[in-house]
Design a protein around this ligand. Structure first.
Ligand SMILES: CC(C)(COP(=O)(O)OP(=O)(O)OC[C@H]1O[C@@H](n2cnc3c(N)ncnc32)[C@H](O)[C@@H]1OP(=O)(O)O)[C@@H](O)C(=O)NCCC(=O)NCCS
Length: 198
């Protein structure tokens, strides 16, 4: 007898596909050069790295640490982006261009963050403690910037290209230079949540 119940994917499957659509949408929002969804899925290493991270992180959290690291290293081999599976990353992270990005084990990244190539979220301690930065929602980190230590960068901040940031900064900061100096944003951030094109 035919099953009269309509097929309803589970919430998990729904959430999975929503996450995929959001990640693609983050690329379309973050890169004016982005073309079609197909082109984004095929061509954006940053997207591939984030998806690799989602797999490696799920394995890591379930205790499959070696497998998690292997997936992470494979994603690094493919994309040039190294994200430790122990890092905590929110929704819609977009890594543009990507090559040379390193995100350490105890780094935490909020939602809607934009990271360009050559960025390091690194540690300055070899102790097994929280040693990597915490990045607030909607932060933009410019190409080549290095953020070092267990610092906190407040939401809606922008880190200038090639800045070296070693101190925490409040929300809405603009950080530039070596070592980076923070000033308060006076105009609205250009990198805003915006409407999702899902
Ligand atoms: C810092 C940044 C976020 C802009 O901030 P902003 O407040 O709009 O900056 P402005 O353009 O008004 O410049 C303000 C001052 O900061 C300086 N400045 C801007 N970016 C800087 C940087 N990365 N490092 C050092 N100084 C910088 C400007 O020269 C200007 O100096 P002045 O006041 O002496 O003239 C931006 O310049 C930046 O670095 N974005 C990263 C973009 C990126 O990496 N793109 C890669 C695409 S592939």
């Amino acid at each position: 007898m035919a099953n009269s119940q309509p097929f309803r994917p589970s919430h998990r499957v729904d959430a999975f596909f929503r996450m995929i659509r959001e990640d693609i949408s983050a690329v379309r929002r973050g890169d004016p050069a982005a073309l079609s969804k197909v082109s984004i899925v095929l061509n954006y290493s940053g997207l591939h790295a984030v998806w690799g991270y989602r797999v490696s992180s799920a394995l890591w959290r379930r205790g499959h640490r070696l497998l998690g690291r292997l997936v992470s290293q494979f994603a690094r081999f493919l994309t040039g982006i190294e994200i430790h599976p122990g890092a905590k990353i929110g929704r819609r992270l977009f890594i543009d261009h990507g090559m040379g990005v390193v995100i350490g084990e105890t780094a935490e990244i909020g939602d809607d963050v934009l990271i360009y190539h050559g960025v390091t979220l690194g540690g300055v301690s070899t102790k097994k403690i929280k040693r990597h930065p915490t990045i607030g929602d909607r932060v933009m980190i410019g190409a080549g910037a290095k953020l070092l230590g267990p610092i906190e960068i407040g939401a809606d901040s922008s880190v200038g290209a090639n800045a070296v940031v070693t101190k925490s900064a409040p929300p809405n900061s603009i950080l530039t230079g070596v070592p980076a100096r923070a000033r308060q944003r006076t105009t609205p951030a250009t990198h805003e949540p915006g409407d999702w094109i899902i």
